[in-house]
Design a protein around this ligand. Structure first.
Ligand code: ATP
Ligand code: MG
Length: 290
């Protein structure tokens, strides 16, 4: 699949500045891409049915990005191809006081889907190594001094290890975690912010804090790159997707979702002989009612 070239599983380094934010290098034909996306959305729905019927594997799609990269619209358009009954979408915002009085994975664990279902994390525990690291928030959260005494670098090194272990733990317990970074360029982010200011229908999407965070764009790129390299694995890969053309991003995400669903599906569960005989018995009784 086209998305494979954007896949990082720890076997090669991710160098964010070398990776494209648009799809020019992929020789795109927009009409074709839109048609393929539509096909993927249809296939997604039937694969999801099989995942649910099988009920043994759970999927978690993590979406991470800077503001205006298209997380919300990805959830809306691509995940819209899924049956809402089997999907849980969780947006991870600034932790509230209850969340802050627990470990950072507590709220994540509560948001896990039952096996057979899909979770979409709009932001995630990765914020705890991204925004927290960038703004030194670990110092402001109530934690005993021993957790910080080895210094900032060691603190986040430990968190990378914890995240790797947590994802391994999930994998060993029947979950697949697929992480997607929407790689938007600084220029495209600027254009989208301006559109949010100029277009009254988009004003509600604009927030002053987004512009404040933009001032840290380059630092975010450095931290994202480290985080991706520290946490990419074969079982829980990262996809670093060009995000300057939304229609192309949606297509790539739809490919990733279909491909992941295919990996865990699995046929519809087969009935044992007695169960099949019972079904036939029910059929005979229903027919006799006519
Ligand atoms: P949108 O703006 O499209 O509604 P969003 O994901 O940007 O979506 P906001 O409410 O604007 O939602 O922002 C959520 C904020 O919460 C982000 O700035 C994010 O960095 C922050 N956040 C999430 N998790 C944590 C965390 N563990 N610690 C501190 N800040 C966090
Ligand atoms: Mg926001």
């Amino acid at each position: 699949m086209k998305a494979d070239r954007y896949r990082f599983d720890g076997s090669r380094r991710c160098d964010l500045r070398e990776l494209p934010c648009d799809g020019k290098q992929d020789n795109l034909d927009k009409e074709q891409i839109l048609a393929k996306t539509a096909r993927n959305l249809q296939e997604m729905a039937s694969l999801q049915d099989a995942l649910y019927a099988d009920g043994r594997e759970g999927l978690i799609f993590v979406l991470q990005a800077l503001d205006a990269a298209g997380k919300d619209s990805t959830v809306k358009h691509v995940m819209g191809g899924l049956n809402p009954q089997g999907v849980l979408v969780t947006s991870f915002k600034q932790p509230n006081s209850e969340e802050l009085s627990h470990d950072y994975l507590w709220r994540v664990h509560k948001a896990l889907p039952p096996r057979g279902s899909i979770a979409i994390f709009n932001r995630s525990y990765y914020e705890d190594v991204l925004v927290v690291q960038l703004h030194d928030l670990q110092k402001t959260y109530k934690m005993p001094p021993r957790t910080l005494e080895e210094g900032k670098k060691a603190f986040f090194k430990k968190r990378y290890r914890q995240i790797r272990h947590y994802e391994e733990y999930l994998y060993d317990n029947g979950y697949r975690v697929v992480k997607i970074f929407l790689h938007v360029s600084k220029e495209e982010q600027r254009k989208r912010f301006l559109a949010r200011i100029d277009n009254p229908a988009k004003n509600w999407k604009f927030s002053l804090s987004d512009v404040k965070e933009r001032a840290h764009f380059d630092e975010y790129m450095d931290i994202f790159e480290t985080v991706i390299n520290e946490t990419a694995s074969e079982e829980s890969p990262w996809f670093v997707l060009p995000a300057d053309q939304k229609w192309y991003t949606r297509y790539l995400v739809s490919e990733i979702v279909v491909d992941t669903l295919r990996q865990c599906c699995h046929e519809y569960p087969r009935l044992r002989d007695e169960a099949r005989a019972e079904l036939q018995d029910c059929r005979t009784r229903l027919e006799a009612e006519e």
